[in-house]
Design a protein around this ligand. Sequence first.
Ligand code: AP5
Ligand code: MG
Ligand code: ZN
Length: 211
Amino acid sequence: MLVILLGPPGAGKGTQAERIVEDHALAYVSTGDILRAAVKEQSSLGKKAKQYMDQGQLVPDELVVAIVKDRLADPEYAKGALLDGFPRTVTQAEFLDQALPEVGLNIDRVLSIEVKEDELVERLTGRRVCSDCGANYHIKFKPPKVRNVCDLCGGDLYQRDDDTLETVKERLAVYKKQTEPLIRFYMDKNLLSAIDGNQDIDDVNKQINDI
Ligand code: AP5
Ligand code: MG
Ligand code: ZN
């Protein structure tokens, strides 16, 4: 099974992904998480990606496509995967269409999580992330039991560099221009299911599981 999570920054892709991969035993590919890990390691990929990420811009297609190519070549991923935040441009989507048959996969569903813009801004500016395991929290909507400490692993929580108000606005604009066209792209292939992401986390999860 191959499922794609599509949606603007802050829609809840990462939050829902945590549950989906557990419930359905899928390998998880978040290009955002992979890029942040590369930035942390200061690898050559990380150094190239950082300048774009800090500005709220997309990292060039060829760099991101190389990451996904590498994951799909791993038999663990080829058994079934959840893609979070990839593809994000039509070029990336066309790459997938060409690469998946080679590893015996095809896209089963594209879940498009839709959320109102003012809500997205509140979610992103209040988000906190675990520095060890990557779990997502929110100061208001999903607070940890102990302030700034991860419930799952005890790691410290931090705020992402791109979650400032100014960068959030840029990310939302980039989404509209470069990623939103994928809704039509997958609708035309009869693969798209729209999810009402304005509901609380459990209700969104229920809609996803029903599909
Ligand atoms: P990436 O890390 O993918 O960021 P994003 O798409 O901007 O999405 P987010 O991770 O910000 O939001 P999310 O939908 O996962 O929301 P979350 O579940 O955390 O990418 C970062 C950067 O990397 C990009 O800007 C780009 O530079 C680069 N990049 C990545 N992929 C790329 C690609 N394919 N091509 C080119 N460049 C790429 O939830 C947000 C908050 O809301 C959390 O605090 C959460 O607790 C809370 N929340 C979640 N659901 C709910 C709910 N239902 N109700 C209330 N609160 C909720
Ligand atoms: Mg995310
Ligand atoms: Zn953790």
